[in-house]
Design a protein around this ligand. Structure first.
Ligand code: HEC
Length: 130
């Protein structure tokens, strides 16, 4: 009788361990599933190449003073439309370095990289002066 009890208990223990073993992954699965999306999503988005600067978009920052599309009827600010690319690039670099004295343009030019200056110069060179 005692041996039978022991056997039953042992069977019970083995069965319980077996059940736990079988169910554990089931309970663990949702936790793993909820934890997974974070790293999986970031891993799925490799750092893409930086988009090249858009000259037309950057040119909008000049519009306030030089007129939209670099067109300005007033002579207070030089129109940028149709300015040869090399001339605009040179002017921006000289403003940025302080080589060319300026009231405002040094601060403006300091905000742009070489690539951005190149892009906006290409854009303004293509705009036909009115
Ligand atoms: C806050 C007003 C302002 C903004 C914004 C501005 N400029 Fe100017 N710009 C000036 C002024 C004023 C001058 C005359 C030089 C000086 O005193 O700074 C000038 C001069 C220039 C010149 C020299 C023109 C020539 O005939 O040699 C160039 C080139 C130029 N700006 C390009 C730009 C570009 C490109 C942008 C946009 C990224 C820009 N500017 C934005 C005010 C501005």
């Amino acid at each position: 009788m005692r041996l039978q009890h022991l056997t039953l208990i042992l069977i019970g223990i083995v069965f319980t361990i077996g059940l736990l073993g079988a169910t554990a992954p089931v309970f663990a699965a949702p936790a793993a599933a909820t934890a997974a999306p974070g790293p999986v999503v970031t891993a799925a988005l490799p750092p893409g190449p930086k988009a090249p600067p858009s000259g037309a978009a950057i040119a909008q920052t000049c519009a306030g003073c030089h007129g939209t599309e670099g067109q300005l009827k007033s002579a207070a600010f030089m129109p940028l439309a149709g300015m040869p690319k090399a001339q605009l690039v040179q002017a921006m670099h000289d403003f940025r370095s302080g080589k060319r004295p300026a009231t405002l343009m040094r601060h403006v030019a300091e905000g742009f990289s070489d690539a951005e200056i190149d892009a906006m110069a290409s854009y303004f060179a293509k705009v036909k002066p009115e």
